[in-house]
Design a protein around this ligand. Structure first.
Ligand code: CAA
Length: 384
């Protein structure tokens, strides 16, 4: 067993760390306040080679694994999870193509995204299909050599910025989740971003409704087979949840670093507060949680790269890292005391940003459902 990153991974981590320090951290509060995506910065991220890392080189990507993608994700999130959510959600949206797309779809859809620049959006969630992802009401009707898509998605990250949408829609609502299929829908006539959400945190990301109004796409844009949409969505989330866990780890590490720095500077009772055991205990707890988070996301990402079934480990990583981010960012505010609650200091933003991590990519209650079902299914298999 080897806990060390190889040279290539270390170099990529360093590149992402330096990019974050120079390009993201200094502007994070500004874009949070404005509630806008800094598109020039996202393009720069792409030009620097910090996006599309897990896409094979023959389609213009980085040709590396989910583990490398997660390492970069932790670094970018250290600067701002509002900003890092744009590439993270993009990566989520291209995963169905990587998992179940044809060679032609990969050439046609992934290459332009990698070689030029473009964002993708994952369109699963609807007003009536949140945790119950199988309740999707958007429809896909076959009409000759085309599908016609109709419906409204909500809470879609990159909703008004994407040039490509991966859309989950029902071909036959009587079949429930077995009627769902996955489709590639390029931005174009009939695809319209609706209301843009104003959020508590991660405000530098774009979250909108997306409306599909009689959108005609070629039959060749079906991903996988008819009726496989739910399975593709679940497998996509199994892959992507490690990235969410990595981002949460980046946020937690930032909270710890800010708390350590402040506790060394802030003097009370004639000495830095870091000399007080009460503060040292908080910092120690924070540090243990950050380290545990990293191990969890690395394991889930590694299992994905090894093509192992990782449903339970991904859910555990996502759940633990997101809960940790909430916990550790709250502890950072406590170390800062009254100053931590004020916008002049960086830690209140961390807490606002962390909250979303317990909600998106499947709530942490859903992660516990997935973990619980995995445990009981394994127990009944070993009995039988
Ligand atoms: N891999 C492969 N297949 C799977 C699977 C997995 N991980 N999980 C389930 N399936 C299959 C099952 O085997 C079953 O197939 P069979 O009938 O052939 O056996 C079928 O799918 C149905 O499975 P369930 O009975 O478990 O389905 P369910 O209705 O009980 O739902 C759920 C399961 C886990 C609750 C699921 O609905 C879920 O994950 N919900 C959360 C949705 C979610 O994460 N949304 C996030 C949106 S993306 C986002 O937030 C991104 C962003 O903006 C940044």
């Amino acid at each position: 067993m080897d806990f060390a990153l190889n040279e290539e991974q270390q170099a990529l981590q360093k590149l992402a760390r330096e990019f974050t320090a120079k390009e993201i951290t200094p502007v994070a509060a500004h874009w949070d306040e404005r509630g806008e995506v800094p598109m020039e910065l996202i393009k720069k991220m792409h030009e620097t080679g910090l996006m599309n890392i897990q896409i094979p080189e023959k389609y213009g990507g980085g040709g590396l694994g989910y583990l490398e993608s997660c390492l970069v994700g932790e670094e970018l999130a250290y600067g701002c999870t509002g900003i890092s959510t744009t590439p993270m959600a993009h990566s989520l949206a291209i995963t169905p193509i990587l998992l179940a797309g044809t060679e032609e779809q990969k050439q046609k859809m992934l290459k332009p995204i990698c070689e030029e620049f473009g964002l993708a959006a994952f369109c699963l969630t609807e007003p009536g299909a949140g945790s119950d992802a199988g309740a999707v009401a958007t429809t896909a009707r076959l009409d000759g050599d085309h599908y016609v898509i109709n419906g409204t998605k909500c809470f879609i990250t990159n909703g008004s910025l994407a040039r490509l949408y991966t859309v989950f829609a029902s071909e036959d609502r009587t079949k429930g989740l077995k009627g769902l299929s996955a489709f590639l829908v390029p931005a174009g006539p009939g695809v319209k971003a609706g209301k843009e959400e104003k959020k508590l945190g991660q405000r530098a990301s774009n979250t909108t409704e997306v409306v599909f109004d009689d959108v005609r796409i070629p039959r060749a844009n079906l991903i996988g087979k008819s009726g496989e949409g739910f399975k593709i969505a679940m497998m996509t989330l199994d892959n992507a949840r490690a990235a969410c866990a990595a981002a949460a780890t980046g946020l937690s590490r930032r909270a710890l670093d800010e708390a350590v720095r402040y506790s060394n500077e802030r003097v009370q009772f004639g000495q830095p507060i870091s000399a007080q055991q009460a503060i040292q205990f908080i910092l120690a707890d924070m540090a243990m949680k950050v380290e545990t988070s990293r191990l969890m996301y690395l394991q889930a990402a590694w299992m994905t790269d090894q093509k192992m079934k990782q449903t339970v480990q991904s859910a555990m990583a996502k759940c633990l890292c997101a809960d940790t981010a909430m916990d550790v960012s709250t502890m950072a505010i406590q170390v800062f005391g009254g100053y931590g609650y004020m916008k002049d200091y960086p830690v209140e933003k961390l807490m606002r940003d962390a909250k979303l991590m317990q909600i998106y990519e499947g709530t942490n209650q859903i992660q516990r459902v997935v973990i619980g079902r995995g445990l009981t299914a394994a127990a009944s298999r070993s009995k039988g």
